[in-house]
Design a protein. Structure first.
Length: 203
């Protein structure tokens, strides 16, 4: 209809809500916020960017439960927690413990640990398959490959950054980009006293 679409982060609109929250008050607050000369807008993501970010989110959904699953396996055999440092060691050493006839594990405990190990391996397989898809996209994207040349940035970080940011020219400078991503400390400063808090996240 000839309009220019602009996205505003909800936290930038909330200060302009004058009364209780309802649709009319929200619409008035949005109109007030969008008219501010220094308002910052959210870059609009393409379908391809959303697809890559979905891969990262689903991968993270498989990565997150791996640690508690590994800790659960470590906690079941008596006096064996120190043997399984790292998920890779756990996948290799736990089957040896199950097959050890001299261990104190009962038959039901061995079956239970084997079930948990199978689930842990399945989570790892899902993560590896998603990483292959992400790396395949990374190899096809020139911007992501340029980012990966920066020391400390690999294909996963580069692809996530490209998919999240999109057009970096929508930011005035590198600091504004870092603040948008969440790589600078939050502030709670007042009365000339600067108080820097923690960094919200890292890519």
């Amino acid at each position: 209809m000839g309009h220019t679409v602009r996205l505003i982060a909800p936290q930038f609109v909330k200060p302009y809500v004058k009364t209780n929250k309802n649709d009319a008050a929200d619409a008035e607050a949005i109109c007030e916020a969008v008219a501010r000369p220094n308002m910052r807008f959210v870059p609009i993501k393409t379908i391809e960017q959303q697809s890559v970010l979905s891969l990262h989110r689903v991968r993270q959904g498989f990565v997150r439960p791996r640690t508690p699953q590994a800790n659960q396996i470590r906690g079941l055999p008596p006096n064996s927690g120190s043997l399984f440092q790292g998920i890779g060691h756990l996948e290799r050493q736990a089957p040896e413990l199950i097959e050890d006839a001299e261990s104190d594990l009962t038959g039901s405990s061995r079956l239970l640990i084997q079930r948990l190990i199978d689930h842990l391996k399945d989570l790892g397989r899902q993560v590896r398959e998603l990483e292959k898809q992400i790396q395949s996209w990374h190899r096809s994207d020139e911007t992501s490959q340029r980012l990966a040349r920066v020391p400390g940035i690999g294909p996963l970080t580069a692809s996530a950054l490209v998919a999240s940011v999109g057009d970096a020219m929508s930011f005035r400078n590198a600091r504004q980009l870092a603040a948008w991503v969440g790589l600078v400390p939050r502030q709670n400063s007042s009365g000339g006293k600067n108080v820097l808090l923690g960094i919200s996240k890292s890519v």
